[in-house]
Design a protein around this ligand. Structure first.
Ligand code: GDP
Length: 478
């Protein structure tokens, strides 16, 4: 029924004292030799960022995600790329154009299927995987659900338009996720194209391109005229090499759900991106709170395949329910195990929601900082004029101590929008609105996801609140 605190600490390879502290924060007082129930143990394991599996109703085994791979089992894998940028700068056009660079793109029978991701085969046998849902909302939404699938972000900037509002948002979403950026300066065929200005403007957002003496690669392309797409792919492969992307194909598969929907006559159809191992027909897997047995696998051209390895997106049939985009999936050894895990997850789902409900509030950040858990206070700052936004950013940057600091995820002029809420949520941060309000969609999202939006009209008050949060004197405002 239960596990001792000591045993739990041992299994997680954490210090007993840290486990006791974590329990105290959850309001459970226990000594090292006392026992706690499996539900509590599971919450604690999650707190420490470990994975686990529920072996039976009462026993939790740490490490659902299996053993760490040894270096000798790792082989290079293709990079997974997401395209971001301002509306109308050519994200969709670029994704379509890149898709056509596949060496087999013109083969008969290869009908393009939009399954949420596709893979391009290049001449030398190299491959690149693209997530087919452009934009930073989808990117951070997946990240907020726990899936980190993107290795590289391609930031599309129209050469005749330059850096726009959503370009800046995209930069900050990528940076918050610590994912490297490659710049595609698009629409080079247009008469007003000015790539120099784009590089210049990027400097204002701390993106220093190679031409400016930095390390960020830029490629001048035209999605419309299919110009320099090979150069963009070369840049992606180069970046992938630097990242040294590897995975073990010889193990039970795990990865993330890219898309999932219920289709009449086919049941739940999900696009999975394999991150480790190889997914095979007949495999039993758990995805979020759902499970399934792989009845069929289809590639991005709608052709049936027997298996899918690392960085390969596949459509899978055979799910019992519909998981969410961004859920992780993992192959398990039996149907009984799959049922057990999903029943348990569905059962504890409500508890988790309750536990997550305090996330992203200033009070929550404060207690994390106090407990020594958080080293930074991530914030999104939106204001009515550039001057006050800058003043707030500068003041907050000066607040940091050795132990904790404010981390500005994004700061811009304008009302609070959905992008701000997703960004704050994916990074566990909060939002500061200075003389601006949130639009109704953003307000709705923030309410649903329990993201703290704080409104101010005096800079001093912003600084004072953040300082209090950092130093531990925060008075609850609610
Ligand atoms: P998205 O909103 O970023 O996905 O942008 P789209 O791919 O929908 O492109 C917006 C518009 O720009 C469309 O009318 C495209 O035809 C056009 N466009 C995209 N790429 C290029 C390009 O390289 N050159 C020119 N001239 N137009 C382009």
């Amino acid at each position: 029924e239960t596990i001792t605190v000591q045993e739990l600490a041992n299994r997680m390879a954490e210090r007993g004292a840290d486990v006791i502290k974590a329990l105290m924060r959850m309001g459970v007082m226990a000594t090292i030799n006392q026992t706690i129930d499996a539900d509590t143990a599971e919450l604690i394991i999650g707190e420490f960022g470990h994975s686990f599996r529920r072996v039976s109703a009462s026993d939790v085994e740490i490490g659902l995600m299996g053993e760490e791979d040894r270096d000798s089992n790792l082989v290079p894998r293709p990079p997974v790329v997401t395209i971001m940028g301002h509306v109308d700068h050519g994200k969709t056009s670029l994704l379509d154009a890149l898709r056509q660079t596949d060496v087999a793109a013109h083969e008969a029978g290869g009908i393009t299927q939009h399954i949420g991701a596709y893979q391009v085969n290049l001449e030398d046998g190299k491959k690149i995987t693209f997530i087919d849902t452009p934009g930073h909302a989808a990117f951070s939404e997946m990240r907020a659900r726990g899936a980190n699938v993107t290795d590289i972000v391609v930031l599309v900037v129209a050469a005749d338009d330059g850096i726009m509002q959503q370009t800046v948002e995209a930069i900050h979403h990528a940076k918050a996720a610590k994912v490297p950026i490659i710049i595609a300066i698009n629409k080079m065929d247009k008469p007003g194209a000015n790539p120099g200005r784009v590089r210049q403007e990027l400097l204002n957002h701390e993106i220093v391109t190679e031409e400016m003496g930095g390390e960020v690669l830029t490629v001048e392309v035209s999605a419309k005229q299919k110009l320099n797409l090979d150069k963009l792919e070369e840049a992606l492969l180069l970046q992938a090499e630097i990242l040294d992307l590897k995975a073990n194909p010889d193990r039970a598969a795990q990865g993330a759900v890219v898309e999932a929907k219920l289709e009449r006559g086919r049941g739940t159809v999900a696009t999975l991106l394999v991150q480790k191992g190889t997914l095979k027909v007949g495999d039993i897997f758990v995805a979020g709170t759902e499970w399934g047995r792989v009845r069929a696998l289809l590639d991005d051209r709608g052709r049936p395949v027997e298996s899918a390895g690392p960085a390969v997106p596949v459509e899978v049939l055979g799910l019992q329910g519909t998981p969410l985009a961004g859920d992780n999936f993992v192959v398990v050894e039996s149907e009984a195990r799959a049922r057990e895990i999903t029943e348990f997850r569905q059962h504890t789902h409500r508890q988790k929601v309750a536990a997550a409900s305090a996330r992203g509030t200033l009070e929550q950040m404060f207690s994390k900082i106090q407990a020594g858990e958080a080293k930074e206070l991530p914030v999104v700052i939106k204001g009515d004029v550039q001057g006050s936004v800058e003043a707030i950013v500068n003041s907050l940057k000066q607040l940091g101590t050795e132990e904790v600091a404010v981390r500005v995820l994004h700061a811009a002029v304008g009302g609070i929008n959905e992008s701000d809420v997703t960004l704050a949520r994916a990074s566990g941060g909060l939002i500061i609105g200075f003389n601006v309000r949130a639009n109704p969609q953003a307000r709705e999202m923030a309410k649903r996801d329990h993201i703290d939006i704080r409104y101010y009209s005096i800079i001093y008050n912003v600084v004072d609140d953040m300082k209090a949060a950092l130093s531990g004197m925060l008075a609850p405002t609610l």
